[in-house]
Design a protein around this ligand. Sequence first.
Ligand code: SDX
Length: 422
Amino acid sequence: MVDHMKIKLNGTEIELPVIEGTENEKAIDISKLRAETGHITLDNGFGNTGSCKSKITFLDGEKGILRYRGYPIEQLADNSSFLEVSYLLNHGELPNKVELEKFEKTVKEPTLPVGICDLLDDFPKTAHPMGVAASAIVALSAFVPRENLDITKIDKDEVLGQLMESISIIAARFFRHRQGKKIIGTDPNLSYVENLYNMMFDEIPSEKVKKALEVLLILHADHEQNCSASAVRVIGSAQTNPYACISGGISALWGALHGGANQAVMEMLQDIQDNGGDYRKALDRAKDKEDPFRLMGFGHRVYKNFDPRAKIIKKACDTVLDQLGVSDPLLDVAKGLEKVALEDPYFVDRKLYPNVDFYSGIIYRALGIPTDMFTVMFAIGRLPGWFAQWRELAEFKGSKIARPRQVYMGENERDYIPMEKR
Ligand code: SDX
C-alpha cells in the first residue's frame, strides 16, 4: 500500500504518493505537483530534495552511518582494498577472486596517450593539480574512438579502468613534472595503490604506508548525492560521455566547501600554528557572521553527528604517524581545535562535527604529499564512486534530463529604450 501526502492549495486538495526506501527513508513524489497545482517547490541547496533513487551508498547523518552497497565503511576500511571497493560500488557485490583479477587487469592495462603526456608537460608548473586533472580527464575523450563516447555502446568496465588508471598517472606525472623530476611509469607487478605511490615518489610504499593509502581511498570512494556526484549525474543526464561527466565531478570537488576543504584545513591549521597556536581566534572568526571564514573540515550537509570517516582517519593519524616515526605539530593543533570546538555552544547547537576533510591532510602530509595535491587524492578515491553514480543513471530506464525550475524575481515586461533616451 502506497502512503499519500494530502496538500491543500487555493481550495483544491491533491494527494501526492509517498515512497519509502529500504532503510525506511520517506519521500513525497512531487512529479505531478506542477501539473496538478501550478506550483513548484523551492529548496535552496536541495537539502530537502531527493534527485534519484539509488542502491549504491547509504548514509544516516543523525546516526553517523555510512555503507557502500550495505557494507559498513568500518568493515571495508579494515578488510577490503580500494580496487575491491571500486568493483563493489560499480557492480553491487564483492568480487570473487576471478572477478577481482579481471577487474584489476582492466585498471592496469591502459596507458596514457602521448598527447595527454604532452598536455601535462605543457601546463605551467604553478598550475593547481585539480585544474590539470579536470582538463586531462576530459581531454582523454579526444584520444578514444568516437564510439567510446556513445554511452549506449561503451564497455563501462573498460572505461572505468581507463579513468581510474589515467587519473593516478595524471596526478603522479604532473606532481613529478612540476618538481623537474624524472617520470616514473606504472609497474605491472605493483598494485594500484603501490603504483600510485611509486609513480609519485619513485619508491615502493611500505605495508603501513600502503594500508594507510588504501584506507584513505576507500573512505573517499563514494558518498551518495554529494555536490560532485550530483554534478556527474546532472551532466550525465544529458547522455554526455563519462569522460566529460567525471571531469565535471573533479571540477565540483575542487571547491573549498567540498573536496577542496582538505587543502583549506591544512592551510587553516598552519595559520593557527604560525600565529602561536591560538584556536580561539579561529573559532571566534568562524562564529562571526560578518566574517566569511568558516572552520574548515567542520560541519556537513548530512552528518549532524560524527562523520564516521573522520573517526577512522583520526584514529589512523596516530597509528600512521607513529609507524612512520613522524610527529606533526598540526595534529596537536587539530586535536586541540576539535576539543575546544566540540565544547563550544555555537558548534554544539548547530551539530557541527569534524568531517572527512578535518584529519585526512595530516596523513597525506605524513606520506609526503603536498597540500595542493590533497584534493587530487580525494578525486582519485572518489572516481569509482562518481562512475558508479553515472553508471546507475545511464542504466536507469526512466532517467530524464536534469532541468530544475526557478522562481523568477526579475523585472516584469518592459519596452526597449533607444540609446538616445537612456
Ligand atoms: C565534503 O556532501 C557530502 O557528502 C560532501 C563530502 C563527500 O564525501 O562528498 O562529505 C565531502 O565536502 C565535506 C565538507 C567539507 N567542507 C568543509 O569542511 C567546509 C566547512 N564546512 C561548511 O562550509 C559547511 O558545514 C558545509 C558546506 C560542509 C555544509 O554547509 P550547509 O549544510 O549548507 O551548512 P549551513 O550553511 O546550513 O550551516 C548551518 C549553520 C549556519 O549557521 P546559522 O545560519 O545557523 O547561524 O552552521 C554554520 C552556518 O553558518 N556552519 C558553520 C560551519 N558549517 C556550518 N559555521 C562555521 N564553520 C563551519 N564549518
